[in-house]
Design a protein around this ligand. Sequence first.
Ligand code: UDP
Length: 399
Amino acid sequence: MGVFAASRMHHRPSGTNNPGQRCDLSGNLKNLVVGAGISGAVVARKIAEEWTEPVTVVEARDHIGGNLHDCRRDEVMVQRYGPHIFHTNNEEVWKFLGHFTEWWPYQHRVLGFVDGQQIPIPFNLNSLRMVFPKTLADRLEIKLLKKFGFGTNVSLPDLPRNDEDLNFLAEYVFQKVFLGYTRKQWGLPPAAIDPAVFARVPAVRISRDDRYFLDRYQGIPLHGYTAMVQKLLAHKNIHVHLNTPFARDMPYDRLFWTGSPDEFFENKLGSLPYRSVAFDFLTLARDKFQKVATVNYPNDHDFTRITEYKHFLDDRSDGTIISCEYPADWCAGVNDRQYPIENRKNAALHASYKAMAKGFSNVYFLGRLGDYKYYNMDEAIARAMAMVKELANSLKENV
Ligand code: UDP
C-alpha cells in the first residue's frame, strides 16, 4: 500500500481553522487570497507585513503548501506531490525565503536509465564516455569543445546537423533521453509542445558537472517546504482557512487568484488542459533504493521517474520511501493539476481568459495555475513579490 493511502496527512498552521469547521467569511474581506501554495503565501505575507492589512487565505485542500506540501513518514521527509528542488540565481528571492527557513545545502543529481545503465542527466561529458566507445567519445568531446567551449549548455536545436558526428549525437540524445520521456510526460509528441519545455534541460552539457541545476543558490528547506510556508503564513494579519473552496458570495475588496483562470470564469471559454501525475509511493525495508534522489526512465516502464526522498535532507532511517510517477491528463475531480501544457493552442485559450480578466480590475491572477505558466518555484515567488510591489505603486499613484 502506498504511504499516503494509509492515512491522510493533516497540517494545521497557526491561525487556521480546524479542518472541517465552518468559519466566518461573511464580513467584507480586504484581501482574499485563493490558494495556500507558495504564490498565495508570498502575496499574503507581503501584504500583511508591508501594507499591514488583513489577509484571508482560503484553501480547498486540508493542508497548506500546495503541491510543495511535505511531511515526515517513518523519519523520511516525503513530498506528497513529487520532487521539488529549490534553485535560483535571484538573490532577492533567496534572501526573502531566508527569513522563513534555513537551508540544507542539497544539490540535485539525476541519472537516466539508458540501455541498461544509469547515466548523468543532463547528458554531459561523463555520460558521453559511458555510452560510446573511447574513439567516438574522444572525437565527439573534441568537436563539442571546439564548437561550444567547456562549461556550456547546448540545447538540441543548437547541435549542428551538418557535422556527421554531432548530428549523430543530437539524434542519440533526442532518441534516448528526450523522446520517450516527453511522450510519457506530456502524452504528446515533442512537436506538439512548446520547445521552451525541453529547453529547461540542456541536451548536452559540455562539462563533467553532474548536477541537474547550476544555479548559484540551491537547497531544500531544512524542516521541509510545509514548515517554510507555515512560517510565511504565520503573521497576525493573516487568517488561513483550510477545507474552504472559494465561494462566489465571499465579499472582497481585492482577490488574489492562484487557481486556474478557467475556474474563476466558470469555464466560459472552455477548460484549460493540464497534465497530472499519479504517484505510486512505496516503503521499502532497505537503506537505499538508488544512488541519487531521482532516476529518469525515458525508454523503459510506464512511469517517467523514481524519486527516493531520503536523499533530499540526508535523512537517516532504516527503511526508504520512493515514488514512481505516472503522468496522466488532468481530469476535474479525479486528480490534481500539476503542469500547464504549454503550446500554441493552450496559450491562445489562456490569452482569451486574460483578456476577460481585464474586466475585473480587483482580481489578480498569479502562480503556475493562475498564470498558466510552467514556473519554477523561484519564478512563482518573484512573480508574487513583483505583483505586490506593482500594486503598491499603482495604489500610491491613485491616492
Ligand atoms: N525531459 C526529457 N528527459 C529527461 C528529462 C527531461 O525528455 O530525462 C524533458 C521532458 O519533456 C520534461 C522537460 O524536459 O517534461 C522538463 O524536464 P524537468 O526536469 O524540468 O521537469 P519537472 O521536474 O519540472 O517535471
